[in-house]
Design a protein around this ligand. Structure first.
Ligand SMILES: C[C@@H]1O/C(=N\OC(=O)Nc2ccccc2)[C@@H](O)[C@H](O)[C@@H]1O
Length: 469
């Protein structure tokens, strides 16, 4: 009998362990450096920004996804490898880096028009070319006909427009002689640690030359060299916090000493937000802060002259932004400027359409969080963190003409209007004890619309525990 009890206890614990309910905590030196959501003002600002822009710009922008007159398959910013371009031929692009149409103030104006509150720029992508005059390499803007400090012009122009700036920095550096994708020999180790020293110097340079930077968006931490020496990513995090304790950094930087990425071996998030949502959205709200980065075509971050496949419409982008906000996440839309420094027409169009929508409906996005209400098929609920309104972002117009809403028992809808038509109140009908139907307004422009609900005082939507869905 006793043996049976012991065996079933062991079996039960194993099931829990396997199901992840009970991760046996092991001591980690280079695991998560902090736990739980940050509550400081800098992070709260990041949360309230909600909508951001990504800018992928580098030597790859000159190639535009084509080489020797031919379209090159794959992501345009990976063209060096995709087209098997020699180091010499690729480096020759620096002599074409003239940027006759580059105007950071125009980029910033268009970002402002689109309604983004922050912007992330590739200071150095995997190619290793730096958009600022770095003391630690010649492979940068200062050795090109353009010659100017592009990063400074970007930082000044965006800051002038009131848009927070963030720096993308690739750990992978195909140009640097000491970069190693794997470390197998003593020589590899010596080179790789020289590279880490170079990297720490560049990160320090970026944070001291451009103190406006609010955070870093690290990439390229999947290679064996980084996974094997996770401590280097701990060191980078410690370095950044020494230089600016409020700096914000996502989970993609970090690797613990066991090789675990994003979440350490004990299941704890390493970084200030989940940075794994690339061209995808979660099914339900993650526990942590999180950010989705999205491309307009299927998978092109750098400039590709010939977009193929499905190109997302402004309506699709707006729905993704609303979905992200409804799950407490940020949404960052990518632009890949052309090799002459100008923005492509499709992206300017996108900025105009999304910006027009944001002007009318931004209050349902900025500073908003998940409204814990039963999800409905017509779209997404958001809730402003302190104005008390609940927003319904309607993306799927019901043929019934009726929008169903289930509220906390005893709730009363005091006011119900479509943003932009505040003068015309909608009349919700109470169908059962806590279900209402709202007559759907006519959709004319093919864009989502937003209904704003004012609930009777005392309705605790904030604390309402939505039924398990
Ligand atoms: C934002 C993108 O980030 C990248 N890579 O991201 C990933 O590798 N993402 C990833 C990796 C494994 C699983 C899921 C996503 C880069 O290679 C790409 O050029 C672009 O800058």
């Amino acid at each position: 009998m006793r043996r049976k009890l012991v065996l079933s206890a062991v079996f039960f614990s194993l099931c829990l362990l396997v199901s992840g309910q009970l991760i046996a905590q092991i001591p980690l030196k280079y695991g998560a450096s902090r736990e739980g959501k940050r509550t400081d003002a800098a992070m709260q600002r990041w949360r309230e920004n909600r909508f951001g822009q990504f800018i992928h710009f580098g030597l790859y922008s000159l190639a535009g996804g084509h080489w020797n007159g031919k379209y090159v398959e794959g992501a345009a910013e990976w063209i060096k490898g995709n087209a098997r371009i020699s180091d010499e031929d690729y480096e020759a692009l620096t002599r074409q880096f003239v940027l006759p149409e580059f105007d950071a103030r125009e980029w910033a104006r268009i970002a402002k028009e689109m309604g983004v509150k922050y912007s992330v720029i590739t200071t150095k992508h995997h190619e290793g070319f730096c958009l600022w005059p770095s003391e630690y390499t010649d492979y940068d803007v200062s050795r090109t006909p353009f010659g100017r400090d592009l990063l400074k012009e970007y930082v000044d122009a965006y800051t002038q427009e009131g848009i927070d700036v963030y720096f993308y920095y690739s750990i992978i550096d195909w140009n640097h002689p000491d970069w190693r994708s794997r470390v197998e020999t003593v020589e590899d180790s010596l080179a790789f640690f020289r590279y880490c020293d170079f990297m720490n110097k560049q990160i320090t340079e970026l944070m001291t030359r451009y103190p406006e930077v609010k955070g870093f968006w690290f990439d390229g931490t999947w290679d064996k060299s980084v996974v094997k020496f996770g401590k280097i990513t701990w060191d980078i995090e410690q370095l950044m916090h020494r230089l600016n304790p409020g700096i914000i950094c996502g989970s993609r930087l970090r690797v613990d000493e066991k090789g675990a990425r994003h979440f350490d071996t004990n299941g704890k998030l390493m970084g200030d937000y989940e940075q794994g949502w690339e061209r995808s959205l979660p099914e339900k709200a993650p526990q942590n802060d999180w950010e989705c980065v999205m491309t307009i075509p299927e998978n092109q971050w750098g400039y590709q002259a010939d977009w193929r496949g499905h190109i997302k419409s402004a309506t699709e982008i707006i729905e993704m932004l609303a979905a992200a906000t409804s799950m407490n996440g940020n949404f960052v839309l990518n632009f890949g400027p052309k090799g002459d420094g100008s923005l492509r027409e499709e992206e300017k169009q996108m900025a105009r359409k999304v910006g027009k929508w944001m002007q009318l409906n931004g209050e349902a996005i900025y500073g908003c969080v998940q409204a814990p209400l039963k999800p409905q098929k017509w779209g997404y609920y958001t809730r402003h963190r302190d104005n008390g309104f609940v927003y319904m972002v309607v993306c799927y117009q019901p043929v019934s003409g009726m929008l169903k809403v289930v509220l906390p028992t005893g709730s009363v809808i005091e006011n119900c209007v479509v943003l932009g038509k505040e003068g015309m109140e909608l009349k919700p009908e109470k169908s059962t004890k806590n279900e209402f139907v709202i007559p759907a307004p006519e959709v004319k422009d093919g864009f989502p619309y937003v209904i704003r609900l004012k609930l009777k005082e005392g309705d605790s939507v904030g604390n309402y525990v939505a039924p398990k869905v």
